[in-house]
Design a binder for this molecule. Structure first.
Ligand code: IPM
Ligand code: MN
Length: 361
């Protein structure tokens, strides 16, 4: 917060459709602030593919230190058709997650009213759980290398790193979160891992989970192997309340989760550093969708959902709730589909509809 108690938000619209969906999220922010009585300041940063192509630089010197002074970051999308895959993802998204130590990747899987799921016979009452994905370790550390590269005798290694501190802080946060969420169907935290094969790294996760679980007797501590979890997510998604998992498995199961909740136009996530003074970053899960860029057809619901999460986790939970209720009014009573170009409205009209719904939400 600055002197006037205004929340400082850094905006990184990024590539492709990122700027279009971010603009709708900001439109909703502008409308909800007076209704909920809070102040904010915005500063926009042009990080992304276009800047990189011009300057050969992804994050300029001092950028991370600047971003650290903000209360939160709102990110649009990363990925540019003229930049090789991986460069921006690693140099911008993963770099910020790591440098800002955003060790929780929070991904709600919630089917909003009126949204179609590919699961036959399932509705909003069945699909409502949250994945807590560890966000700083595992195969994402970039530890590995090549030997005899380019020869028939090439060797490549990629090492998953797990630390007691890294898994414990994530697991503890997940137990606290499950307690706060206070699911009326029962508080349950499921560890998703692969202890039957990853007998070192996931043994550490499993032992840590059991240790921490003792401090939370009110939360049922449950375990699923990741392959079984994929099956249950499709067959019986209602068995989940909160899932805690490793970085790579979390990446994979949350795309499955996203499609259960209606697709990439809907799914939002938060990269959270919950420590005092930490800067968290919120983003729609979909990519930069180059083929839809500039056409006013992309779905901004995920970006507006990311804004709701930003408000919830940056000190304005009532404002976050109100945005979520407005979003659900719009999906439930207005939108024809959550797919780009099939919504029955343009991108900017969806933003307007959410703004209008805020008053009654
Ligand atoms: C995600 C994305 C990223 C990840 C990519 C773009 C590096 O898939 O946020 O889930 O793997 O974490
Ligand atoms: Mn992913």
């Amino acid at each position: 917060m600055n002197q006037n108690n205004a929340m400082k938000i850094a905006v990184v619209p990024g590539d492709g459709t990122g700027p279009e969906v971010t603009a709708e999220a900001i439109k909703v922010l502008k409308a909800v602030a007076p209704l909920e009585g809070f102040q904010y300041t915005l500063e926009t940063f042009d990080f992304g593919g276009d800047r990189y192509l011009k300057t050969q630089e992804i994050l300029p010197a001092g950028a991370v230190e600047r971003l650290r002074t903000f209360d939160a970051i709102l990110l649009g999308a990363v990925g540019h058709p003229n930049v090789a895959p991986g460069i921006l993802e690693m140099g911008l998204l993963l770099e910020l997650r790591f440098q800002l130590d955003q060790y929780i990747n929070l991904r709600p899987v919630k089917l909003y009213p009126g949204v179609e799921t590919p699961l036959a016979g399932k509705g909003p009452a069945d699909i409502d759980f949250v994945v807590v994905r560890e966000n700083t370790e595992d195969l994402y550390c970039g530890v590995g290398g090549f030997l005899r590269k380019g020869t028939p005798f090439e060797v490549a290694s990629q090492t998953a790193i797990y630390t007691r501190k890294g898994c414990e802080r994530c697991i503890r946060w997940a137990f606290e979160f499950t307690r706060r969420r206070n699911n009326p169907k029962g508080k349950k935290l499921t560890l998703v891992a692969k202890t039957n094969v990853l007998t070192y790294g996931h043994d550490l996760w499993d032992r840590t989970f059991r240790d921490v679980a003792r401090e939370y007797p009110d939360v049922e501590a449950d375990y699923n192997h990741v392959d079984a979890c994929c099956m249950w997510m499709v067959k019986n998604p209602d068995r989940y309340d909160v899932i805690v998992t490793t970085n790579m498995f979390g990446d994979i199961i949350t795309d499955l989760g996203a499609i259960l909740q209606g697709g990439m136009g809907v799914a939002a996530g938060g990269n959270i550093n919950p420590d005092p003074g930490g800067t968290s970053m919120f983003e729609p899960m979909g990519g930069s969708a180059p083929k839809y860029t500039g056409l006013n057809v992309i779905n901004p619901i995920a970006a507006i959902g990311a804004l709701a999460m930003l408000l919830e986790h940056t000190g304005f939970p009532a404002a976050g709730d109100r945005v979520m209720r407005a979003v659900q009014l719009v999906t439930g009573t207005k939108m024809k589909s959550q797919s780009a170009g099939k919504m029955g409205y343009g991108t900017t009209e969806i933003g307007d509809l959410v703004v209008a719904a805020l008053a009654s939400a």
